[in-house]
Design a protein around this ligand. Structure first.
Ligand code: V47
Ligand code: SF4
Length: 376
């Protein structure tokens, strides 16, 4: 990305109110900012200032590199015992859009990638009423038998809670059992928004925020890294977003087990919250920038391009993002069903690399743990 000339940077970073100037100075000096300061930036800082600050923070964390990986998804089912109001994905058994893959069908998806240099499979879906933890552990084992070389990132905290409780295990026992079966890391799904009151309105049936955090903490203690997400752009306030990030920052201080933070933009088609408009692209960019500045102990900030669309994903690289997730190969439907412009999400490695280069940054293919595999 083109470096902003120093004199221009000076003007951007010293304009505005005294308080904003003070916070700007603190961020540029690499200091942690408070929730109140983050709120002031969110409301009071100009977009160019947020771009400069978040890009500085990103440069300190990841220099000019932007990461991606070669991955694919398995979505076992969209049957779900829950009924989150924002979800366009879950369907009742009688719905023609409902699917429930057999284990063989899922293994066929893995076989499809037999000659492909993918490094990660991301498994997540609805919370199936019938399956138990042994079923999910066996699925991982069988995948590993076919592809011992790929990393298995599987089951959101919501799916984990359900299968582990059903087995009468503690979270520690359940996660240790899955780890033994080949689980390498945990995706960030199910975080939504931590505020108890709002959470009870949009997804009151599933685990609360404290349980989400406990499951991730237990995973980290067992050496299983995870990601964290935040569903934004529906009915939450900036204060609720910053409180959500604050809880993650506190946990990360204790465990350092989170790999990436992934803000997920609410998409409003085909769900019970469709009456809400989607937020603007500038709001998306403000949100990325505040995430990068506030979450000073998260090295990686991911823009999940199938949810956001490619254009916004490229723009986010000027607002602190250093990871564009992966090639996907048209294996996820969560966002195409919710109205994303990416109806059949798939990119080649060369395509993602080109996208990153178009923003003046350096594409690097990574593995699940952000080890560099190839500079593109
Ligand atoms: O928890 C569901 C979100 C999440 C909608 O860890 C929606 O690398 C927007 O967590 N509009 C699941 N968002 C997906 C997820 C994820 C995705 C990519 C990478 C990783 C990772 C994790 O999808 C759910 C929910 O927050 N979601 N419906 C919707 N209408
Ligand atoms: Fe089920 Fe997940 Fe959809 Fe909620 S977001 S209804 S838990 S599939």
């Amino acid at each position: 990305m083109e470096q902003i000339p120093n004199d221009i940077k000076e003007i951007i970073t010293t304009s505005g109110s005294d308080r904003i100037k003070k916070i700007t100075g603190a961020v540029l000096a690499g200091k942690r900012i408070s929730r109140e300061d983050a709120l002031l930036l969110a409301y009071g800082a100009s977009l160019p200032l947020l771009s400069v600050l978040s890009s500085e923070c990103k440069r300190n964390a990841a220099s000019d590199v932007v990461y991606f990986n070669r991955n694919f998804h398995i979505e076992p089912t969209n049957k779900c015992v829950y009924n989150c109001r924002f979800c366009s994905y879950h369907k009742p058994a009688e719905d023609p859009e409902c699917w429930d893959l057999t284990k063989d069908e899922m293994l066929d998806i893995v076989r499809k990638f037999e000659h492909s240099p993918v490094t990660e499979v991301h498994i997540t879906g609805g919370v199936h009423p019938k399956h138990d933890i042994t079923y999910y552990a066996d699925l991982i084992k069988e995948i590993k038998e076919l592809r011992p070389d790929i990393s298995v990132k599987a089951y959101s905290a919501v799916e984990l809670d359900y299968m582990i409780k059903k087995a009468g295990m503690s979270y520690h026992e359940g996660l240790a059992f899955l780890k033994q079966s080949g689980l390498d890391s945990i995706p960030g799904g199910g975080a939504e928004i931590f505020d108890d009151k709002l959470r009870s309105i949009i997804c009151g049936e599933k685990i609360d925020a404290a349980t989400y955090l406990t499951i991730h903490e237990e995973a980290h203690k067992l050496g299983i890294p995870s990601n964290a997400t935040m569903l934004y752009g529906h009915s939450e306030t900036w204060e609720q977003r910053i409180d959500h990030m604050f809880m993650l920052r506190e946990l990360q201080d204790r465990t350092h087990g989170f790999k990436a933070f992934i803000p997920l933009k609410f998409r409003n088609e085909n769900n019970s919250m469709s009456y809400l408009p989607e937020v603007s692209v500038t709001e998306d960019m403000r949100n990325f920038a505040i995430s990068r500045i506030f979450l000073d102990n998260f090295t990686h900030l991911k823009a999940y391009w199938p949810a956001l669309g490619r254009d916004s994903a490229v723009m986010s690289l000027a607002f602190g993002v250093d990871d564009l997730d992966g090639t996907i190969d048209d294996t996820t439907r969560i966002y195409s069903m919710a109205g994303s412009e990416e109806t059949t999400p798939s990119m080649t490695s060369a395509g993602i690399a080109e996208l990153i280069r178009s923003a003046g940054l350096k594409p690097v293919e990574r593995d699940t743990n952000y080890r560099s595999l190839k500079e593109w």
